[in-house]
Design a binder for this molecule. Structure first.
Ligand SMILES: NC(=O)c1ccc[n+]([C@@H]2O[C@H](COP(=O)([O-])OP(=O)(O)OC[C@H]3O[C@@H](n4cnc5c(N)ncnc54)[C@H](OP(=O)(O)O)[C@@H]3O)[C@@H](O)[C@H]2O)c1
Length: 270
């Protein structure tokens, strides 16, 4: 597709979402940068600069469908906003945390997408770009809530891709590895699971493994450039990495898609 028309990016206040919004605008789209607190969008116009398309800020809270306004003429929807919670064993996760993460990462995304499809259909073409996580390709303890929410979006996107292809709408899935953002910085901690009887050793081993990615992070603008390229590619496959680690993980998964890859915890007959 050509880089023109309206693109809506959720969670554009910071991190990957902000970088995608800026990159799409510089490429030529008229970007609606959606965020919970519009004052976080201060400076976006200056960041985009004079070339390319435009950028405006709109309030969208993924937990509040009353804030969901789909802009007229939408061509690209980037479902980027996402949260995670404490890293706990399943038996210790409060069900309220499951509901909170699924509200933001899954139900909000599904409802916004459902409302966007008629607008994309009316335009005769478009792209839905779902940001999931490469973590769903590897068995990682204590990430069940986050990974399950991303796996739900992944399956949702697979079905949606089939359904809307006849209308000229492409669905793609971006599966980031470690991108240098607040979320990644926040994950640099001993999993809370360590406080629970029977889980300390695995939590400490998991944290040691997590430290290894400190040397493999990718800046958000670099990831955003790869995401823009996938959005613009009319022949793009469904699943994409946006950094070297996720590209490698996805390659390994593609070679043996029935197996979880790259985890010391996957030897239990998976
Ligand atoms: N960074 C990584 O290494 C990595 C790896 C794999 C996948 N991802 C995924 O990539 C996406 C972006 O992550 P990031 O690293 O950029 O995270 P981040 O720095 O924590 O930013 C998260 C963004 O989501 C927004 N958000 C959270 N809850 C929201 C809600 N209810 N309504 C609207 N916006 C909401 C945040 O808005 P506020 O500023 O208002 O909080 C913020 O803009 C997420 O879906 C994440 O799961 C990231």
């Amino acid at each position: 597709m050509d880089a023109s028309g309206v693109a809506l990016v959720t969670g554009a206040s910071r991190g990957i979402g902000r970088a995608i919004a800026v990159d799409l605008a510089r490429a030529g789209f008229d970007v609606v940068a959606a965020m919970r607190d519009p004052s976080d969008g201060d400076g976006l116009v200056e960041e985009v600069g004079a070339s390319g398309g435009s950028i405006t800020v709109q309030r969208i809270d993924m937990d509040d469908p009353d804030t969901f306004v789909v802009p007229d003429g939408l061509r690209v929807l980037v479902n980027n906003a996402g949260i995670e919670r404490e890293y706990l064993p399943v038996e210790h996760v409060d069900i309220a945390d499951w509901r909170a993460v699924f509200e933001t990462n899954v139900f909000g995304l599904v409802e916004l997408t459902a409302r966007a499809i008629p607008v994309l259909r009316a335009g005769g073409a478009g792209v839905v770009c779902n940001v999931t996580s490469s973590s769903i390709l590897a068995a990682i303890p204590f990430y069940s809530v986050y990974r399950a929410s991303k796996a739900a979006v992944s399956a949702f996107g697979e079905s949606l891709r089939c359904e809307v292809a006849p209308f000229g709408i492409r669905v793609i899935e971006i599966m980031p590895g470690p991108i240098d953002t607040d979320m990644l910085a926040g994950s640099d901690r001993l999993p809370e699971a360590s406080a629970h009887e029977g889980y300390r050793e695995m939590a400490e081993a998991s944290y040691e493994g997590r430290k290894a990615v400190d040397h493999m992070t990718t800046p958000a603008p670099v990831a955003a450039a790869r995401i823009t390229a996938a959005i613009l590619d009319d022949h793009a496959p469904l699943k994409h990495g946006c950094d070297d680690l996720s590209v490698g993980l996805l390659d390994a998964w593609s070679a043996a898609p029935v197996a979880l890859v790259g985890s010391p915890y996957d030897g239990q007959g998976l």
